[in-house]
Write a new protein. Structure first.
Lengths: 344, 188
């Protein structure tokens, strides 16, 4: 037994009398659960602890239910609601790192604000309504607008009431969504929406409302549009535009699924399907902030020499176009030996 | 464990006993220095053991003291209690020339004054021991309830803070009023 593992540890220690640099060293070892509990001892002292601990880089995620996730540099910490006072502050690692807490009277939105202020958080990692519940997420989204917070990823999927999303959509352009926007909602035919500012990646599953004009204005790195209404001519226009030097400087991946892609007219002077049928087969993959790959694509070049790889398929679930723009810094072009298929 | 002796002043320490040699004694005679805390008890510590303390290492690195000079000029750490300094010296001796493991439990056996130990280790800039001490302080509240944390870390509640603030303001007001009255008296 040592001085630090014996009875000494049971003795109180006046932590707040530590000089700040020393206090900081101790607090750096405290996780969000401990700082939250500290805040329940004393709000005033916990504010100092939070400042010293340096939690501003932490992020928060909310999925519309009764738990909230704090993202640190290490593991994630989930604050989960319980109505049983005996379970307050109990932790479990069964399905992740959970701590059960009493939710404030104002519900998840009030807890969201509490955690933002407690940890000085400025960034939402994920905001996504799950289980059909949109109300709380929309309130949190409005809060992110009011507080000028960055939302890295906003996903709208599995919503029961489309009208809830329709009512919300005008606010979308006020949000600062930076990394990703996903939407799987099938809107009514008259629906129209234009992005003022694009995040880095968009994935729109029911994208009939997304026009060729919007695609030509899009500044995304990655664009995936399913159930689109784009036809060969739309895609031909887009790809010819892309070929101009300096056009779409961010674009790395474009994937379009549309029943209107067919073999009746050319795309970049090629009649679909557009694939490499030669041996050896070529696989091109990007492995950077995301992974994407195309097998059997056809090389196409921009006027400035930038290389893209195009593949248009007509069979399968839905006709689709895939287009990947190579960058030597993160793109691998590999020949796939003919025998590889036999291994399977 | 290093031997110590009771000295009456840092200028004239009595002969301290030598710290025990590690199993593999160095071939070249090692230089020793002397330190004492608030209680004036002088500890003889090897330069190798003192390397753990960035503060002391910085102080001795260019001194070039002879044994006699070192003995005559022990480093006074008047802000550190004697028993705390003893713990630190013991730890430095035990870890002389060895890297500190991340989970070090081989520390001197004492059961009090963690707060003072942390402050002393911080002052003496013993990085490895400080890291370990801070870890232990943080570990004290692992899995504890807010009420337990409040007790362990002696954190006042917001109400107690407010009451203390009110009291401080009241006291300051009284003091200010007293000074004003005194100044008025002087003016008369």
């Amino acid at each position: 037994m040592s001085i630090l593992s014996g009875n000494l540890l049971q003795m109180p220690i006046d932590l707040l009398k530590f000089p700040n640099d020393l206090l900081r060293e101790v607090l750096k070892l405290c996780d969000p659960f401990e700082l939250y509990k500290l805040s329940k001892c004393s709000k005033k002292r916990s504010q100092k602890a939070t400042i010293l601990r340096g939690t501003k880089r932490w992020k928060i995620s909310y999925y519309g239910g009764n738990d909230m996730i704090i993202w640190t540099d290490g593991p994630n910490y989930r604050f989960k609601q319980t109505d049983n006072p005996e379970d307050y502050f109990k932790t479990t690692r069964r399905y992740g790192n959970y701590m059960y807490i009493e939710f404030p009277k104002g519900g998840p939105v009030e807890l969201f604000v509490y955690l933002l202020e407690l940890f000085g958080i400025r960034t939402v990692e994920f905001l996504e309504p799950s289980f059909g519940e949109f109300d709380n997420v929309s309130k949190v989204a409005k809060l992110s607008i009011d507080r000028k917070m960055e939302v890295e990823a906003f996903r709208i999927r599995n919503i029961e009431e489309v009208q809830d999303v329709l009512d919300f959509m005008p606010l979308l352009n006020q949000m600062d969504i930076t990394r990703e926007f996903q939407c799987s909602i099938k809107f009514p035919p008259e629906f129209h929406f234009e992005f003022v500012k694009y995040p880095s990646q968009i994935y729109i599953r029911e994208s009939s409302w997304f026009t060729i004009g919007q695609l030509l204005d899009c500044t995304c790195v990655r664009i995936e549009l399913d159930n689109s209404t784009f036809n060969n001519r739309d895609l031909d226009v887009f790809l010819h535009e892309w070929k101009n030097a300096g056009a779409f400087p961010n674009l790395r991946v474009l994937k379009i699924e549309s029943e209107k892609i067919d073999n009746q007219s050319p795309i970049l002077e090629m009649i679909p399907p557009i694939t490499n049928v030669n041996n050896p087969r070529i696989e091109v993959s990007i492995n950077n902030k995301f992974y994407y790959h195309i097998l059997d694509g056809v090389p196409v070049n921009k006027d400035d020499g930038t290389e893209g790889w195009l593949k248009v398929e007509l069979g399968g679930y839905s006709p689709r176009l895939q287009f990947l723009i190579a960058d030597p810094a993160d793109t691998v072009v590999e020949e796939i030996p003919e025998d590889d298929d036999d291994d399977w | 464990m290093s031997s110590t002796e009771q000295g009456t002043s840092s200028a004239a320490p009595a002969e301290p006993t030598t710290a025990p040699e590690s199993a593999a004694a160095p071939e070249v005679p090692e230089s020793f220095y002397y330190v004492h805390g608030k209680d004036k008890v002088v500890h003889k510590v090897s330069a190798g053991a003192l390397q753990h303390s960035a503060l002391i290492h910085g102080m001795i690195s260019n001194l070039g003291y002879t044994e006699e000079q070192a003995k005559a000029n022990p480093f006074p750490f008047e802000n550190i209690d004697g028993d705390i300094l003893q713990m630190v010296v013991d730890w430095c001796n035990q870890h002389k020339g060895k890297p500190t493991p991340p989970e070090d439990t081989n520390l001197p056996k004492q059961k009090e004054k963690l707060f003072d130990l942390v402050l002393a280790v911080n002052y003496l800039e013993i990085k490895e021991l400080l890291t370990y001490c801070c870890k232990q302080v943080a570990m004290m509240v692992k899995g504890k309830s807010p009420e337990e944390i409040r007790e362990i870390w002696m954190i006042p509640t917001d109400a107690e803070d407010e009451a203390a603030e009110k009291e401080a303001k009241k006291r300051a007001g009284k003091e200010a009023a007293g000074e004003t009255a005194a100044a008025a008296g002087d003016a008369k």
